[in-house]
Design a protein around this ligand. Sequence first.
Ligand code: ADP
Ligand code: ZN
Ligand code: ZN
Length: 731
Amino acid sequence: MIAEVIVEITSSNVDKVFDYLIPNFALESFSTLVGRRVLVPFGNRKIEGYIINTKESSNLDSSKLKEIIKFLDENPVILPEMLNLMKFMVEEYNLKKVDVLRLFIPSEMRGEKIKPLYVNAYQKVENFDLNSFICKKNAKKQQEIIDFLKNNEIIEAEQVKNFSDSAIKTLVNLGVIKKIPQEKYRTPKSNLQIENAKITLNNYQQKAVDGITAAGTYLLHGVTGSGKTEVYMHLIERILKENKTAIMLVPEISLTPQVLQHFTERFGENVAILHSGLSAGERFDEWRRLLSGNAKIAVGARSCIFAPLTNVGIIIIDEEHDGSYMSESNPRYNTIEIAKFRSKQNGCPLVLGSATPSLESYSKVIDGEYNLFELPVRANGKDMPEIQIVDMLGEIRCGNTGIFSRSLLANLEECMSEKNQAMIFINRRGYSSFMMCRECGYVAKCSDCDVSLVYHKAENKLKCHYCGKRFHVLDVCPECGSKAIKQGAIGTEQVVLELKKYFPDIPIFRMDNDTTRNKNGHEKILSEFRNHKPSILVGTQMIAKGHDIPNVTLVGIVDADQSLYQSHYKSAERTFALITQVSGRAGRSDKLGKVILQTYNPKHYVYKFAKLYNYKGFFDKEINLRKATGFPPYSTIVRLLISADSEEVAYEKTKNIIQKVREIKEQDKENFVYLDAMKSPVGRVKNKFRFQVLMRVVNWEKIRKQVYALCDNEKDSKISLFVEINPQNLS
Ligand code: ADP
Ligand code: ZN
Ligand code: ZN
């Protein structure tokens, strides 16, 4: 018998499947060989691989075939469903098989970097008659063990500490008892305590729970605070009763201890959590609890869609519009498409939840492809918080050149004096966005990337947010020697320092990528914030999502325009979503909330619709714009991203590729809304030069195979070439 094996080689562009002989012992001892991890000879090395198929014979000369050296696990680690998914992803996204397989197992598993943890339990040796055993005088400790084992089969691992170590050792040596290794799962624990009151669903929630049964895709459009989580949990409860499993995804950023706590409190050991904040051991064990069927609900961020579950009864994607569901580095994929594939394979519902669904998703509702359920009111029965739009140009005209409007300051004063809490949102970390010479316009840039550096005051360093490199702060301009250095747009650090001037006695917390690096970083800041009244939390996107903190009555959006003027077709949509999400943090319990939104463009349609919480109005306006301009969902944006160490090489390759794409276009002119090649907006990252072929096509399916084939032809060792479909980031 022959096994088809995908081997773990990284450096090569080859994506081949190799044939290996299956050793006889394996044929006898395993019922399934497919999906097993093996060690195989490769050249003069031994490397890991995965069996993806078995067959009677190979096309190769049998004398050339080598034999599998060893099987690395007791059971298959890749389920049959996942092998189908692999094929789908390879075809859909032009990926290498091995890159896809790597998504399916915890990275720590490769190279045996981590192993299961075993602890000892004890048991009487078979055939030994405990009653005939007579302890030596005074060996009380031994007698305790004997007595225990007369009434109990096993001293469980966690009971071992109740007995004397040396007595156990003696009895083992005497052949009375023996060790039995038991696996101990490393399970992540949260210290957060929240009340989990028993909740009766309201009519809207009940209707959704009752309606989401058959296979298919559902959009759950519920305003912030409408109780979507409760709907998810009821759905999962039902699935568990049917003896099926569930996958629940939330964006990494809102994967808060609070959410996790809710799920573990409701479902106990049935929940396994997969996210990047876990230790390697925890992640490995949580994954294996799912594989073995010990846990039936996988809760996690994007990659949790690959949870090793069989018999999936429901897949839920919360905040489905969130950009983090797109993987934008190799291997690139769209989580929603993967979820659809898995839901089809399992014949189960897929639920997409959001207060601000993506335009793509909502237009699928209109086209009848998705079923819609709405939760139009807050679960607490309260109104949505009022959004006050403040014109910052007006502030300047009145002599206020600070970063806070008079209204925001007045509302903060009031909020603090009433001992409530406020959240201030600014979507940029660090102190200021760049440093620039006022005299000659020189801007400090990264030496390895074509991007300007961000000033971080606490460390007094300039940092590249692309590669992480640090640089000295500019005191004088390196070009003209001027000392007139200007700073760009404000970031979280500066907002905190400014706030401290106005509120010296109020605790102010900051939550962004810089303050949450450590394990449980989020949790620490959030629980500090929760425990201080009054207090203020300043933060980036991180504070926008998911949090349910009852005493937050005020939300300030310092610079709403920031996301509006990014040159991306989604910038209006994202701004609308962001405002809605951040505003949704205020007034979630019995206190009324208020939002102050600062902008230089108070008349922009995004703000008008956001103020009224009018998602449908916004959708209609925006979808018409997309239609008129031929942007998604009326087309698919495809970017072929070419990068190389040498600018020349990348440029030449790009020229070849665009030439070939133009040939495809010749045959299918109507399909192309746009096609061009250029240097990428960020022309260099980590010292690699980047070019792109950019196209917008009406029917991507139709030309996908052709484009991938031409990419495969052009790939060589000097360049890397990736295909991106509707990327979130076009830099
Ligand atoms: P969403 O995810 O839609 O923003 P959440 O699921 O966080 O909203 O729910 C907001 C709050 O409403 C939570 O504190 C939740 O416990 C509460 N809640 C949910 N459903 C109900 C209900 N039927 N009755 C009362 N409170 C509810
Ligand atoms: Zn200068
Ligand atoms: Zn850099």
